[in-house]
Write a protein that binds this ligand. Structure first.
Ligand code: SF4
Length: 122
């Protein structure tokens, strides 16, 4: 399995520990979002309309994903940033699963990955 950023699911991006080393790792292998990182994390200064379009595309993938339930549980339990299993961090916040890490730090790390992907595809 490749370990470059363009092959990582949101779950693998947030937790780059090799699957075999994780207790709940097996569900990640069936994620339909592999290679779609840009749909699940916002770019810098993303406008609300662009966010709505991006999240609608992400939701379409999540709606067809066979591992949405463990993905949603993982995101809630780990207070993740980004769009996971049909839920943004705002939705999880309203449900009581507030992001605990400073969003600025987490989103900055994601933006660096997205910029690297953009540079690779240019
Ligand atoms: S539910 Fe969505 S975010 Fe979670 S693994 Fe599936 S496609 Fe990816």
């Amino acid at each position: 399995m490749q370990t470059t950023a363009d092959t990582l699911t949101p779950a693998e991006f947030a937790d780059p520990t090799p699957t075999t080393a994780r207790d709940q790792g097996s569900w990640r292998d069936f994620a339909v979002c592999k290679g779609q990182l840009q749909l699940f994390f916002a770019k810098n200064a993303e406008r609300p309309q662009a966010r709505a379009r991006r999240e609608a595309k992400a939701k379409a993938l999540c709606d067809s994903c066979p591992v949405a339930e463990p993905c949603r549980s993982y995101a809630r339990d780990n207070r993740e940033y980004g769009y996971w299993a049909g839920e943004s961090e705002e939705v999880r916040h309203l449900l009581g699963y507030t992001v605990t890490a400073p969003i600025g730090l987490r989103s900055r790390a994601v933006r660096v990955q997205l910029e690297e992907l953009d540079a690779q595809s240019a």
